[in-house]
Design a binder for this molecule. Structure first.
Ligand SMILES: CCCCCCCC/C=C\CCCCCCCC(=O)NCC(=O)O
Length: 572
């Protein structure tokens, strides 16, 4: 017996030694790649700055002050050229990058693309596309010819895409000019924004806090006014959480509303929770104008990707005179949001009621089950795909919690979940969520289908058009917090599980009264609540958004409610 124990220990020791030596070699090799990539980025930013500085400062400042609609109008009328727009946004993008570290590459060819467009526009027979000359920022994982899509993995640096994805092709056809790529958390499966290749992107309102993720670079860039419109992706809140954290507005459409051919994903092959691309901007109005043009011309994508149905922009749904019936909640029963987030929903409710809409309470059923189903369907292989990739890379310390959990075999997690649930029930839920076998996975898929039916059934029973609810559990926390409170995505991941269209609109900022309420009333019943409370102290002045959601192909109703909230707040 002793012999076998010694043998086992020796075997384990040898394996550990081999693993450690191997990891050391990988890290040493990749560290040189990081250095090279960062040097290249520094040169790239210098070049972007040089291009931005070509434009006379007075002229540049005037163009920089135009919002999306105004810039679009000036470009259409020929009062501003595409080259001027691109140079202005290189300048503004560099400033935003210097503040937040949001950009992973400026797409320097943008200047030439703009010159060619201006040249074409000289011909009297040329009809300008609707978004002629508007600079577009892109989350780093979206495929642009000649540029990397590393998703924060050092091993994927210097492997540029050979083609634009269908979506990027389409945006170019509509006149948009991709001018930069923006930062992400390593693996995309996090709602912060740090990776070993490009470092940490910070919140434009407070650099000690995260801009959110995984489309965090977009949130930071747009929030710091370095871009008017950008594209993110979302499998659990990655468009909506950065919008909420940075005071920007964005929409995650349902899966089928965009072509996915030639696109990228965090974990390919998870059909119930697919990545959705979606726009992000400084306001809802810009998202509407963008989507009106893209979905108005969706045949371009459908023709090239038959899995994308030709569902056109539905103006009659967006501009309908019929008042909406809105279901709302301020607590999903899984994770009570901090006071400012609840107040934001109640304020948005008042705005919608003042506009004549009916707003009634709605209770999303069984969020504990949703959390389990969501994690089961996202990490459908127990996290193996991402873990294998991470173990061949430098691992980002701010996602250590995910990595540690993925390293514990599923059967061990299951065995530990019961005793853990006795002292920390919600952790017990998380630890029993990853799937053990395909039998359980099939069951989870069937349960998701059943939950979708139940949820839309509840909405139909009450004639609800849209749902209004918090965008998250807290305002932007410090960079290491998202990994420690993984299950804080319940407000957003629900609408990925349902495949609803869902968007976030900024409503308010954290006030002193919110902080007092937090200190006096916010629960401290488990570790996650304690972390959330601590992270929210000191967040006075941070932006707070609310979320609006509706079943698939009703994104226009979501945008309508978001826009009405925006108009009520800003008067325009
Ligand atoms: C013991 C249980 C282990 C559970 C381990 C969970 C690991 C974390 C997995 C998923 C994290 C979910 C957070 C999602 C944040 C938003 C991600 C997102 O939307 N990404 C966009 C994209 O992938 O395109």
């Amino acid at each position: 017996m002793l012999f076998y124990v010694v043998l086992l220990l020796l075997g384990a020791g040898a394996y550990y030694y081999h693993f450690k030596t191997n990891r050391k070699k990988i890290i040493e090799r990749l560290e040189t790649v990081v250095q090279r990539r960062r040097d290249d980025l520094a040169k790239n930013v210098q070049e972007a700055k040089r291009i931005g500085d070509k434009l006379d400062a007075t002229r540049r400042d005037w163009i920089a002050g135009l919002d999306f609609e105004q810039l679009q109008g000036e470009l259409q009328r020929g009062h501003v050229s595409a080259v001027e727009a691109v140079r202005t946004y290189f300048y503004k993008g560099v400033l935003a990058h210097q503040k937040t570290n949001a950009v992973t590459a400026f797409i320097l060819e943008a200047e030439q693309q703009a010159e060619e467009m201006d040249e074409k526009a000289k011909s009297p027979s040329y009809v300008k596309p609707p978004m002629f000359g508007i600079p577009l920022s892109l989350k780093e994982c979206l495929k642009v010819k000649g540029y990397d899509t590393t998703r924060g993995f050092v091993q994927d640096a210097y492997r540029p895409s050979t083609e634009d994805s269908i979506q990027i092709e389409h945006y170019k056809k509509l006149g948009l000019i991709p001018f930069c790529q923006t930062n992400v958390p390593q693996s995309l499966l996090s709602y912060n924004c740090s990776n070993p290749l490009f470092g940490t992107t910070t919140n434009p309102y407070d650099s000690t806090r995260t801009c959110g993720g995984s489309s965090g670079g977009e949130g930071a860039l747009i929030g710091a006014k370095g871009s008017l419109i950008g594209i993110g992706t979302d499998v659990g809140g990655s468009v909506r959480i950065p919008c909420h954290f940075t005071g920007t507005a964005g929409l995650k459409p349902s899966k089928m509303r965009f072509a996915h051919r030639g696109g990228g994903a965090s974990v390919p092959g998870k059909p119930m929770i697919d990545a959705n691309d979606g726009p992000m901007a400084q306001d809802v109005k810009t998202n509407v104008e963008f989507l009106r043009n893209v979905w108005g011309d969706i045949d371009f994508q459908s023709d090239r990707d038959p899995y994308c149905p030709p569902v056109h922009w539905n103006e009659s749904l967006y501009a309908s005179e019929k008042k909406l019936r809105v279901g709302y909640y301020i607590d999903d029963g899984w994770f009570t949001p901090t006071p400012a987030l609840q107040r934001a929903v109640l304020e948005a409710k008042k705005h919608l009621e003042a506009a004549g809409h009916t707003v009634v309470p709605f209770y999303p059923p069984r969020l504990t089950e949703v959390i389990q189903l969501y994690f089961r369907a996202v990490c459908l292989d127990g996290g193996q795909y991402v873990l294998n990739k991470l173990l061949k890379d430098i691992i980002e310390p701010t996602i250590n919690m995910q990595v540690t959990l993925w390293m514990i075999p599923t059967w061990v997690q299951r065995a530990l979940s019961y005793p853990i649930s006795l002292v920390f029930p919600r952790m017990g839920v998380l630890m029993s969520s990853l799937t053990r076998d395909t039998f359980e996975l099939r069951e989870a898929y069937a349960d998701i289908e059943a939950y979708r039916e139940e949820y839309v059934g509840l909405m139909m029973k009450d004639n609800l058009d849209v749902i209004l609810c918090p965008a998250s559990i807290m305002p932007a926390p410090q960079h290491d917090i998202p990994s420690k409170v993984l299950c804080g995505v319940s407000y957003t991941c629900l609408y990925n599980l349902l495949d609803f269209g869902a968007g976030v609109v900024p409503v308010t900022k954290v006030s002193k009264a919110d902080e007092e309420k937090l200190i006096n009333e916010y629960p401290e019943t488990d570790k996650w609540y304690q972390i959330t409370k601590k992270a929210t102290i000191g967040a006075i002045g941070m932006p707070i958004g609310v979320q609006v959601a509706a079943p698939p192909f009703r994104e226009e109703a979501v945008l309508r409610a978001m826009r009405e909230i925006e108009i009520a707040i800003h008067g325009k």
